[in-house]
Design a protein around this ligand. Structure first.
Ligand SMILES: [Zn+2]
Length: 152
């Protein structure tokens, strides 16, 4: 797996329970403790003048860091993708096969929803069949919301 920038459920301070990024809240004030990290928006809101790019650049260093390890975009995958600081496009999926699997599942769900819409639009569907078809389409739509299919 050379060249693959993913790790299996790696632990990182940037992620909270279940691999979900920790909520973006300022750290607690502690006397003598480390510097308080804030949200970028709260740092720039403290300016009493128009904010410029140089202000934002400076503020970034004072803010909570962004997560550099996030879940793979395949909702059925538990792997993580790390942020690539170098050149090149950052990974959205842990590996090519995972992306292909997500694309196939997305296509399947879309096809099933379209098929159900077509047969329901024909009319004359028995009540029990309609209920079953609408339930299946609703489940497919529910699953589909988890897929953020884009290019990679
Ligand atoms: Zn994956």
């Amino acid at each position: 797996m050379s060249g693959v920038k993913s790790v299996q459920q790696a632990k990182t301070a940037a992620l909270g329970r279940g691999g979900v990024p920790a909520p973006c809240v300022p750290d607690q004030h502690t006397k003598g403790g480390p510097a308080v990290r804030k949200l970028l928006s709260s740092v720039v809101s403290e300016f009493d003048r128009p904010v410029h790019a140089v202000d934002v650049v400076t503020a970034i260093d004072q803010c909570l860091p962004l997560p550099d390890l996030v879940p793979c975009l395949n909702p059925l995958c538990d792997n993580k993708c790390s942020w690539s600081k170098g050149a090149g496009r950052p990974r959205e999926y842990c590996r090519r096969s995972c992306r292909q699997s997500a694309l196939r599942t997305h296509a399947r769900l879309t096809d099933e929803m379209m098929l159900i819409e077509q047969v329901l639009a024909q009319g004359g569907v028995r009540y029990t069949d309609r209920v079953r078809l609408e339930a299946h389409a609703a489940q497919a739509r529910w699953c589909l919301r988890r897929y953020t299919i884009g290019g990679q």
